[in-house]
Ligand binder design. Sequence first.
Ligand code: IPD
Length: 283
Amino acid sequence: MTVSRPTAPDAAADEETLAELEALAVDFAEAAARLIRDERPGDLGAQSKTSRTDVVTVMDTRSEEFLRDRILTARPRDGLLGEEGSASPSQTGLTWVIDPIDGTTNYLYGMPLYAVSVAVVVGNPSEPGWRPVVGAVCSPGMGVTWSARTRGGARSAAIGGGTPREVAVGGATELAQGLVGTGFGYQAAVRAEQAAVLTTVLPRVRDIRRLGSAAVDLCLVGDGRLDAYYESGLKPWDLAAGWLIVTEAGGVVSGPGGADPDVTLTVAGNRMVHDQLRELVDP
Ligand code: IPD
């Protein structure tokens, strides 16, 4: 596929370019998802990363290398930021933000809820102020790819070119009847704080789901299958694609004090449920 190369951040606003970037993101995410599903070795070579509970497998590394090759071949002047260490500056104002396996613990344990997340963002994703303009999340275990582009809506499709279906956030009006996703970090002290917040939230919602992939959680909010989601500690690669999928599905995603989501907080849902959840988790 020939892709026009924007020379400035404003070029990302071009509809045709965004559509081409979305198609590329879907293609890359699905190809990496097939790789991690089909070439999973008997020994995943799991090693600890930021703590004893935070693991990286050989397939996280292989998937990131695969994505890096595909992205830099197709878009050599764009930047790249990946969970497993990829970092190259952008000459176009656009940066690809990738999570080669989001839900590594599920992957390690043979649980189906893991995904490859590929986003294109405007701005530097290592500093405040960046924004996703394209996102694709492929979950091989669920057989689905979600994708979105700025002003172009959000959709889901069966992996490998299924007919896309537009997705929209659910219509819940009361958090008390909402099914709410969340997740936990890998540091014991952070988890203790997250557990304290959970004791406030759990009695006030229909139920909680800890599915194990922030990218999938956000897509399920965009798809109306979770009413809301919150988590502290997410990195750009966990949330970039899912953030756009929620907002293009008509939802709201915010961070501390109602600003953009960041490492301290991400809250997502339709406007009403999002606002009610915010009051609990970001008082
Ligand atoms: C993790 C997952 C998990 C979330 C953690 C993330 P990883 O990503 O998204 O659901 O709770 O905060 O770090 O480590 O599997 O790529």
